[in-house]
Design a protein around this ligand. Structure first.
Ligand SMILES: *Cc1c(COP(=O)(O)O)cnc(C)c1O
Length: 358
């Protein structure tokens, strides 16, 4: 007899993209990490926080992470009371479930999307209602007015890279009769538009940001939630006290203090993204227009996509393959450095020519 709750027994654990051991010689284009090191200010700030002998590590971190939240408020033009910090945006997603969803309540999102929404909903015992995107990833009209307690929209979406405008986000939030819209902007810095301007104006809107993608800090685990003061105050009640460690708070604040670094990094990633997309189209792939730091490339069919995935893997190049309906003919490829993307395109060119990796 299992001692677990029935929904935990039935749960399939979330499977993140493969993380090869340190030192492995692979080109890692499978989890949308940034290929460049973070702002030098981040490393300086971590050194300063550590001090000579790490004396500050003795003491708990700031439960309010004020340095980080103040930097976020200054950078994004919101009030400190409209920002909450999380151990990655993944923790903020868990906090949202804890705060808003009783077992049996409804959670709604379009699919395919970030799989963690489903894992967390099942762990909470929520009822899940999904609305299928079409092949172009147009936002399903059926989402408007839906009865979800929480409604999730990854924008830009993963794994498609497609995005909707802030006007559509606002219309969706205002259409919900009794729910909160969570716009997950993990890739927001790479997109043309974002929804931070709606924070505070639209009462049932939460915008999530992460430092993992556009700030090159996936290993530090820092995320932010933006919402009205009332929503943030409620979320704060159900977070762990010391959810961010000292080094993460210092790193996040330092990253926010260097918008020029972000601007250059985003420009580089976007330029490589356009080169990657063009190269894939030349190789006969159908590539969705991406506003993120990855692209979704469709091949002829599932067998071809699986074969290409295997061939890349043999060449030491990791990309993401999803064995899911409407995705099994595609590869999701993170935008790496230009050299990495050249290696990927070379490998796919050989694959198309019928050659196998040595
Ligand atoms: C990467 C990603 C996250 C996770 O971000 P962390 O801050 O690293 O936890 C959340 N949502 C989406 C859509 C992502 O792609």
């Amino acid at each position: 007899m299992s001692l677990f709750r029935a929904n935990v027994d039935a749960l399939e654990a979330y499977v993140p993209g493969e993380q090869p051991p340190a030192g492995a010689k692979v080109i890692k284009l499978n989890t949308n990490e940034n290929p460049y090191p973070p702002s030098p200010r981040v490393v300086e700030a971590i050194r300063a926080e550590l001090g000579g002998e790490g004396e500050r590590l003795r003491l708990y971190s700031d439960p309010e992470a004020l340095a980080l939240r103040q930097a976020a408020a200054a950078r994004f033009g919101v009030d400190v009371s409209e920002v909450l910090h999380g151990n990655g945006s993944d923790e903020l997603l868990a906090i949202l479930f804890r705060a808003f969803v009783d077992p049996g309540e409804r959670v709604v999102y379009p699919v395919p999307t970030y799989v963690l929404y489903e894992t967390l909903a099942r762990a909470q015992g929520a009822v899940i209602e999904t609305h299928a995107f079409d092949r172009d990833y147009t936002l399903p009209e059926s989402l408007f007015g839906c009865e979800g307690k929480l409604v999730f929209l990854a924008n830009p979406n993963s794994p498609s890279g497609t995005a909707v405008s802030p006007e559509v986000v606002e219309r969706l939030a205002r259409s919900l009769p009794r729910g909160v819209l969570v716009v997950d902007e993990a890739y927001g810095e790479f997109a043309e538009q974002h929804a931070l301007g709606l924070v505070g104006r639209v009462p049932n809107l939460v915008v999530l940001r992460t430092f993992s993608k556009s700030d090159s800090l996936a290993g530090m685990r820092v995320g932010l939630a933006f919402a009205s003061r009332e929503v943030i105050a409620g979320l704060r009640k159900v977070k762990d006290s010391y959810n961010l460690d000292r080094l993460a708070i210092a790193a996040g604040a330092a990253a926010l203090s260097d918008p020029e670094w972000t601007r250059r990094n985003v420009a580089r990633i976007r330029a490589t993204r356009e080169r990657l997309s063009a190269g894939l189209v030349e190789l006969g792939c159908v590539v969705l227009p991406s506003q993120a730091n990855f692209v979704l490339a469709r091949l002829e069919d599932a067998a071809t996509a699986r074969a290409a995935f295997g061939e890349l893997k043999r060449a030491g190049i990791l990309v993401r393959y999803f064995s899911l309906p409407d995705l099994d003919d595609a590869l999701r490829i993170s935008v790496g450095t230009d050299t990495e993307i050249d290696a990927l395109l070379d490998c796919l060119r050989r694959f198309r020519a019928g050659e196998r990796a040595p």
